[in-house]
Design a protein around this ligand. Structure first.
Ligand code: ADP
Ligand code: MG
Length: 737
């Protein structure tokens, strides 16, 4: 009897096992059983041949209608043409040698045919398809079997292993399967109405009815969510088991001094979140908290207050930013918010003050050495930096808190590397401005506590967004920009490319891998690349074009992108912040966090090239002051669907609604990381939006189990599943957290 870890070859023989391993990465009985059929044919019904697509690999059930053979001109032998039918539509089969087929493919024969759909003389055809006929006496039986049961259709495993061969392998495997342990405890199954695991496999691969399929799929989806949630619950339990130094602000300390000079009142939300964080920091267990809040909701102030209370208790804080531009900006704004409190130990500085250091990869050696020293000696209470912070030679005297800004650019490894620089596990606060639907937060950041800032500080102006798709209005766009500048404001113009090399048309990765350049190029071409005939707008071309535009005569135009030298970038940002640049032509390097209150207009060129959430992030750069913001989404797309998407962005400022829409339109794999789109992806059936209830249920169950039994001693089967999931690609997937 086989179990889930039995090699496939042992059960079905090497000739069948090899193609499954080679083409689908299926090595064990468990792998094969988890290779879920893509769909099921309904009993007795032939495939609808009206919906074929060129290049598609299909398996169809059809009847041979007519057959002809003819000699070939160039070679010996005859070729065979057959036409199969579903009763209404036809499909041609072509064999370049009739030999072996002529006797079998006779009119009236019923069978399964598999091949790649091609187009020839205006009709669909399969060339040399693989096929399996139900011959006369079999037909009765086959038809009976097929009328009684659904026929599972699998992805083929190469040419030798079409769908039905995968199916017979699955049948053999099922028949030889011994008892398998169920990792979902019986009481949970009973409560959630889940079939046991052996039944699930049987119903997936041998269903009789639609109901069978949906019961099996439901269990399967539950398993996907349950495994992930168990991992997260364990991570959280592990975190709660760690000990660290509680950090409590000092009476008459930095935090109090800072609060006293804060020029505004904290919003109710900021106060509440601050309280939550203070409570965490006062704890002996390291904080692990996600702070969500729309752009401009005031997360940075909240984070800074947390950093100050850590300094008050003798520790240091590190602020990790995804780009140099952002790190410098944080450095500038923190220094200016602190005023003389940031001049601790200096002549004329405050008694209780501290120092703030900046650490980036491209600093001059001297400055960098100074920052390294200040971090190591503890003189710097706050060290702001990019991934340079993570490098080995960076030492802290007593790192108590790590704040990670814009988490989606960082992976768990980077966070862990920084954590490793503390003598004890530091408290961790992750900030994100990307609104995250609840179930995504639960899945991707599910091992963290979450806080959300829901209101914007008073006096924020609304952003109006318009789609500009009619070329007649393009020039008007620039006139509008000029008007705004004449009124004393500034404008961003965002382009999807830099334009200084051929390579930059490459879409950037959206996760883990990151660098300034990464962040710089629009990601997610939601349309296949072939639909883009025209060159996308680039920063460098746009600069020239705008400089030549009479409407913009006399305006000060500058550019910003990730391939500029860091000093130059810094200087441009500083000049823009000071108002000595009117129009800043940039890539998405300005996407996250850049904060210039006087900028009121954002023009996004080729807006169709950006994802929904990204557009929302981008426009958050304007309307940060008291004047209303305007965002113009310029597009030349002809696609109705894309226009609709842009209109949706224009229609609402509700980031969460847009995040959901974004998620609906993108594949989950994009959201959760590349590993998910692989063939053995864990999220094969689970959908983060549609399956919200199920995810909630699985989370509740998993947390209850881990809460009572953190090491899963009483749940060996679950422990195995989790261990397996972890060292498989789940690890890569969880990296997003
Ligand atoms: P986020 O990091 O969430 O995008 P910031 O913390 O950068 O937001 O805040 C955006 C701007 O709003 C900053 O200029 C900040 O000084 C200001 N701000 C923050 N909190 C308040 C508040 N309670 N009232 C008025 N202005 C605030
Ligand atoms: Mg910010």
């Amino acid at each position: 009897m086989a179990d889930l870890s039995t090699p496939l070859g042992k059960v079905v023989g090497q000739p069948s096992a090899s193609p499954l391993a080679k083409h689908r990465g299926l090595h064990t009985v468990g792998d094969l059983l988890d290779f879920v059929p893509r769909r099921y044919f309904e009993p007795g019904r032939l495939t609808d041949l009206s919906s074929l697509v060129e290049g598609q690999d299909v398996t169809v059930v059809a009847r041979v209608d007519r057959v002809s053979t003819r000699p070939m001109r160039q070679r010996k032998g005859r070729m065979l043409n057959a036409t199969i039918t579903d009763g209404a539509h036809e499909l041609d089969l072509t064999f370049f040698s009739a030999y072996g087929h002529e006797a079998r493919l006779v009119p009236g024969a019923l069978g399964l045919f598999a091949g790649t759909v091609g187009r020839f003389h205006q009709s669909w055809q399969l060339t040399h398809p693989d096929y399996q006929l139900f011959d006369a006496e079999q037909e009765q039986e086959a038809v009976e079997q097929y009328t009684a049961n659904l026929i599972p259709i699998y992805l083929p495993a190469g040419k030798q292993m079409p769908s039905w061969k995968v199916r017979s392998v699955a049948q053999i495997v099922l028949a030889s399967l011994g008892e398998i342990p169920d990792h979902v405890p019986p009481e949970v199954r009973a409560r959630r109405g889940l079939v046991d695991i052996a039944s699930m496999y049987r119903l997936l691969h041998q269903p009789s009815t639609d109901k069978d399929v949906s019961r099996a799929r439901y269990r399967r989806k539950y398993d996907e969510a349950f495994t992930i949630q168990t991992v997260l619950a364990q991570r959280r339990a592990a975190g709660a088991g760690l000990r660290t130094t509680p950090r409590v602000p000092r009476e008459g300390g930095l935090l109090q001094a800072f609060d006293a000079r804060l020029p505004f009142e904290l919003t109710a939300g900021q106060q509440q979140v601050s309280t939550e964080i203070a409570k965490d920091l006062a704890c002996e267990h390291p904080m692990h908290r996600l702070l969500q809040g729309e752009v401009g909701s005031g997360k940075t102030v909240v984070a800074l207050r947390a950093m100050l209370s850590v300094i008050d208790s003798g520790g240091q804080s590190a602020l990790l930013a995804p780009t140099e531009v952002l790190a410098s900006q944080h450095f500038r704004s923190i220094t200016s918010m602190l005023g003389d409190l940031a001049e601790g130990g200096m002549l004329g500085g405050s008694q209780i003050g501290t120092q703030v250091s900046l650490l980036t990869g491209s600093q001059p050696v001297g400055i960098r050495r100074r920052s390294l020293l200040d971090a190591a000696s503890g003189d710097a209470g706050i060290v702001v930096g990019t991934h340079a912070l993570i490098q080995e030679q960076v030492q802290f005297f007593d790192l108590g808190l790590v704040v990670v800004d814009e988490q989606h650019r960082f992976g768990v490894e980077q966070r862990d590397a920084l954590r490793g620089k503390a003598r004890q596990p530091p408290h961790v606060l992750v900030m994100t401005a990307t609104p995250i639907p609840r179930t995504v937060a639960m899945t991707v950041f599910g091992d963290m506590e979450t806080s959300t800032l829901t209101e914007l500080p008073q006096g924020r102006s609304p952003i109006a967004t318009h789609v500009v798709s009619n070329p007649r209005w393009f020039q008007r766009t620039w006139e509008r920009v000029a008007e705004e500048v004449r009124a004393g404001h500034q404008t961003y113009v965002v382009c999807p490319r830099i334009g200084d090399s051929d390579a930059d048309g490459e879409p950037a990765a959206t996760g883990r891998q990151w660098s300034d350049e990464d962040v710089d190029v629009a990601f997610g071409p939601d349309e296949p690349a072939t639909t883009v005939a025209r060159e996308l707008r680039s920063v460098l071309e746009m600069e020239v074009e705008l400089a030549d535009n009479p409407a913009l005569a006399g305006l000060r135009i500058a550019t910003l992108h990730g391939r500029m030298a860091p000093d130059d970038k810094d200087e441009v940002m500083r000049a823009f912040a000071l108002g000595t640049i009117d129009v800043l032509v940039a890539t998405t390097v300005i996407e996250v966090g850049v904060d210039v209150a006087n900028a009121t207009v954002m023009v996004i060129m080729d807006a169709d090239r950006f994802g929904i959430s990204q557009l929302h992030q981008l426009r958050g750069r304007v309307g940060r002051g008291t004047s209303p913001g305007l965002c113009l989404l310029v597009t030349e797309t002809a696609s109705e669907m894309v226009q609709q998407r842009l209109l949706a962005v224009a229609a609402t400022n509700d980031g969460l609604a847009l995040a959901r829409l974004d998620l609906e339109q993108r594949r989950e794999g994009d959201v959760l990381g590349a590993a998910q789109s692989g063939g053995k992806s864990q999220l094969r059936l689970l959908r983060l939006l549609r399956d919200e209830d199920l995810i909630l249920a699985a989370r509740q169950d998993a947390f209850a189990i881990v809460g009572a039994d953190p090491g899963l001693e009483q749940h060996p089967a679950l422990r195995d599943v989790v261990a397996f999931a972890l060292d498989d690609e789940q690890a890569a997937y969880l990296e997003r957290g």
